[in-house]
Design a protein around this ligand. Structure first.
Ligand code: IMP
Length: 432
């Protein structure tokens, strides 16, 4: 069985992109199956950083065919911007990028809906503001969803948007709640013209990616699935409602790429050596310890600012309870531990081994967010290490305390570790 999935086991930003990039040589295809331009991957090759949002990380490797599956939501101007930027760098994507005709399109009204919903009365989710949730809402609601493949049927698209756009204008005005004068109503005709032009430019890449991938499997090609966001942001199993609107767990592959899950024989769960989260929602191990505290230090050393929005990420200790929960849901076979180097220089490091709730010890991740909000972490404290790890390449050469920290995580999660990352560059990697 030739397919592998790389999935984040925390709240996203686990540096999955680096793992995908490291493994890409062993694969023919890299496939995105969920999310959209809310994701952000930075891949560093030879000191040069590539920032990708919609394109799979594998796109940097010239032999890889990159696929944007049907489960992805596509904002065409962003996708074209990424394609253009790579082409300026000499990376030609013709015949190397496939975009599903079934993927749904993000329109400007989705982005506006996202913004207005976040500014509304209901609690803020802290979204990336990329229109992701509203686009998936329209997909599932069926009446206003538009697929990439519809860009190639001008009359149909004009009819459809002539109906959808006035409805969205009314919806947005209602959501603006007395501030409708700040909105510029969208013009259906102009929007269709704009999207037809995107369609014209994307035409060479668009295809039935499900059939293509099934055929690729039959031909013995090796597929790597790249999850966007982390498992704790999964719409079904994450910390709802503080989640994204897609299945980021590998369960999303079957629906989001049309490849049966039995084709996947290796699931790699990616974790940071600590935890971060952007946006709202419970985070039991969060460090709110002020400007001189460990939380701020981790943010500074780990450069923990959102790739997409630039927001400072919330930082905290490694949560073994949460990762055990997601590793089981993901069916992870192994873990990779990222950004271990960031913890160098701390006098001590902590791992959350259980929660405390109303005076009781809880070893399992609670199934509802309200309970999780009331959980307090139970920590195990380990001695820190002072040495820089960035030039270490073998497990044996890790300082004893860093090795002990890794071993404890492995013990608590119950899965072997296959890769430890000690820096952003490809070379800064320990292959266990
Ligand atoms: P949305 O996906 O923009 O709707 O945002 C929903 C939640 O998921 C928010 O808490 C975001 O901060 C979070 N989120 C979305 N994409 C990412 C990501 O790639 N990394 C980390 N958090 C993300």
């Amino acid at each position: 069985m030739p397919a592998t999935c790389v999935v984040g086991l925390q709240w996203g930003d686990e540096a999955k992109g680096k793992i995908v990039d490291l493994l890409a040589d062993q694969f023919d295809y890299v496939v995105r199956y969920n999310g959209g331009a809310n994701a952000g991957h930075t891949v560093v090759v030879g000191g040069r950083a590539y920032k990708l949002s919609l394109l799979p990380t594998g796109v940097i490797r010239p032999h890889i065919v990159s696929v944007i599956g049907n489960g992805v939501v596509v904002y065409p101007p962003r996708l074209l911007e990424e394609i253009d930027a790579l082409q300026r760098d000499g990376l030609d994507l013709s015949r190397r990028l496939l975009v599903s005709d079934h993927a749904h399109l993000i329109f400007p009204y989705h982005i506006e809906e996202d913004r207005l919903a976040e500014n509304g009365q209901e609690g803020r989710i802290g979204t990336t503001g990329r229109g992701i949730g509203p686009c998936y809402q329209d997909k599932v609601g069926r009446r206003c969803g538009v697929r990439v493949g519809e860009l190639f049927h001008e009359e149909h698209l004009r009819r459809r948007l002539a109906r959808i756009v006035p409805f969205k204008n009314r919806l947005l005005a209602a959501m603006a709640n007395g501030h409708a004068d700040t909105l510029r109503p969208l013009d259906a005709h102009a929007l269709v013209d704009e999207y037809l032009e995107y369609g014209r430019r994307l035409r060479p890449y668009v295809t039935d990616t499900c059939r293509h991938l099934q055929q690729a499997l039959k031909n013995g090609k090796r597929l790597l699935f790249e999850a966007a966001q982390g498992s704790l942001l999964d719409i079904d199993h994450g910390t709802y409602p503080y989640v994204t609107s897609s299945n980021s767990l590998p369960a999303g592959i079957w629906s989001g790429a049309g490849v049966p899950s039995r084709a996947i024989d290796r699931i790699i769960g990616v974790v940071k050596a600590y935890t971060t989260r952007v946006g709202s929602g419970p985070f039991p191990t969060e460090l709110n310890d002020g400007p001189d505290g460990y939380g701020e230090r981790i943010r500074r050393v780990g450069r923990e600012y959102g790739t997409v929005t630039g927001r400072p990420r919330r930082c905290g200790w490694f949560d073994a309870v949460a990762v055990r929960y997601t590793a089981a849901l993901a069916g992870a076979d192994e873990i990779t531990i990222m950004l271990l180097d960031v913890l160098s220089g701390l006098p001590e490091v902590k791992i959350c081994v259980a929660y405390e709730l109303d005076g009781q010890r809880l070893d399992e991740f609670p199934s509802d967010t309200l309970t999780l909000e009331r959980c307090r972490p139970v920590y195990e404290t380990l001695p820190g290490w002072q040495e820089s790890l960035s030039s270490i390449r073998t497990l044996r050469d890790l300082p004893a305390n860093a090795r002990r920290y890794v071993e404890r995580i492995v013990e608590l999660i119950g899965l072997p570790v296959s890769i430890i990352s000690v820096g952003p560059d490809r070379e800064q990697t320990i292959w266990v």
